[in-house]
Design a protein around this ligand. Sequence first.
Ligand code: ZN
Ligand code: ZN
Length: 762
Amino acid sequence: MACVRVKIEVTGIVQGVGFRPFIYRIAVKNNLKGYVRNRGDAGAEIVLEGEEGDIKNFLKDLRTKKPPLAQIHDVIIKKLGGKSEYEKFAIYKSSNELELSGSVIPPDIAICDECIEELRAPKNQRHEYFFITCVNCGPRYTIIEGLPYDRENTTMRDFPMCNFCQSEYTDPLNRRFHAQTVACPKCGPKAYLTTREGNLIEHKDPIREAGKLLSEGSIVAIKGYGGFHVATSTTKDEPLIRLRKVKHRSQKPFAIMARSLEVAKTFAEVSEREAELLTSYARPIVLLNKSDEYYLSDLIAPGLHNVGVMLPYTGLHYMLFDEVDEPAFVMTSANPPNQPIIKDNEEALQKLGGTVDYFLFHNRQIAHRCDDSVTRVHNRNLVFIRRSRGYAPAPIMLRVKAKRCTVGLGGEQNNTACVLLGNKAFISQHVGDVENVETRDFLENAAKHLIRLTNSKVEAVACDLHPKFTTTKLAHDLAEKNDWQLIQVQHHYAHIAALMVEHDVKEVIGVCCDGYGYGADGEAWGGEILLCTSESSGFKRVAYLEKQPLIGGDLATRYPLRIAAGILFKKANVENWLLQNKRSFPHGESEIQIVLHQLEKGNNIIRTTSCGRVLDAVAAVLGICYERTYEGEPAMKLEASAMKGKDVLKLQPIIKGNTLETTQMLLEIFENREKHSKADLAYSAHAYLAKGLAALAIEKALENSIKTIGFSGGVACNEILALTMRKIVKSAGLGFLVHEAVPPGDGGLSFGQAVVGGFFQF
Ligand SMILES: [Zn+2]
Ligand SMILES: [Zn+2]
């Protein structure tokens, strides 16, 4: 029988997912000789010798029996000449070769069922071992410093395997065969508890002790896979008050970790889709509606109808709950204001020592920081608020191929970086607000790391149109240094471009609503209807919300009564009303007089079409929120109120030319504020905006013979607006698109910018 020799190169997510052991097994099963090895380009290289039929069966197995976490993008097969030279099939030492582009390592993966079982099995060598992992689970993205994915290129290199772990690692029949994170209590990372000063507290069971401390009301910083969490009880107010005070977070919701899905259902409504998400290997935070029986502290998510819940995703998390009855713990990212999540022990001691009572450390280093992901479900649609742990850096697969490799750097808030290569978009973990050196460096490193991992040859860099953003400056620097073309993309156009390529549509009327984006005319935009086609370069702004004044610029964003005053001033005497609320102005009556004076003279006023600011104004008129202490707060609390309301005012949209008016709507809310419930008025405002935006978008679609309307921007996370608009647009016989794979908010901006640079503009 003739021997055939072939070389196979596989791209995709094929390192860190048990791919080599899998190849080993199917090669041996099909009587083939040769080798498999990882390469520095994140791909795998296989050489096979054997009979043609066996190779065919191997290729069939490759496609149909691949490990659950592997993604196979390309399989390149080359016939080799020469005589057979291998005695058997083996896993070879990795090569550093960089040949192909577009492969990547997997995201961090939640502990698998088999590992949980072993964690709980008294006779198992890893019984009660917090860092139990296998070929199918454990940290990946956050542990890998370089490629190929071998233990010495990860932060596990500090933990040489013991004989037992080594024996599993080298046994082809073991599920830890070639698992790079394999470790046990003898050889692996160790957890330990310290005081807030970092003094060791001797305890034989530090993790369960930490659980007890939490349940007793202590605040504990806990080191996880991608950084530190600050944890505390969810049923006691005292530690939550203390935590809010030291973190200077009076209102911002804290995420919580529930001990199990069943327990989450005792305080929140969990749909089938939400349960799927909560238990998926990505284990994101899911914003769940509080149930009528909600019994956790009101200090967790004050004023909101939902609460961010995740399930345990490491052995350590499971063990925290073992000896306590707590239904859930607060688990909020440990990051100082405007700085990235803390990942190093020393840094944690320095920056959190004043905040927490104890530290639960482990002695394994984190290579790359990564915050938890945050999601929400509208009906059955997944909405990413933040796409990070569990998702990044796995690519978003597109139906179309970019014309050139482009990196997007995002805007200013909730930032990410994106590398667009062919039909794949690699979006980084959540970076946060890029306003200072720390976050700028984090963004730059995240972008460079992605470029290196995917072996991308970047040709262009895309950023925002805003001349003063830190990211714009970074893009200029990178363009110059690397000789990349620089492309500046208008904020809302980037959002809609993202939507177009995500769904592969050639033309769309895009409704883009958010808080702020630098307009093509230099003004403050945020409630835009854009006509976008893939043929022409650029976009056409066909409609927008009425321009409204922001008195004192950024001050108005922080104190939404200023926005409300600015809008109502034209039609009503607001002085008495403002004076009734003078305590909501930091400087009381004198501040109100200045505001009124400025309104009369038209001084110190920025005008904006922002949809977010209109929602803020409604929240202020209804007394739902007078100060924005975190991004989106007034609008989020308004939505929370509206969830229980109905459309009592039934306002008809007032459209003048290309503008949806908002003044009359706010006036109606203002004048009816004593007559109807807050919930009903809050809902009526939502209904007005949804109806008005949908009507304008439909009008523009018909005018331009376009069959699809899209909805993007941070406001698209709002369930009432998204679902109401969908209903109206669908009943007009048009298509309605929202994001499924990328965040509608600014976390998706880097992708949209890269899309414009990679597909539309040259
Ligand atoms: Zn496992
Ligand atoms: Zn071991």
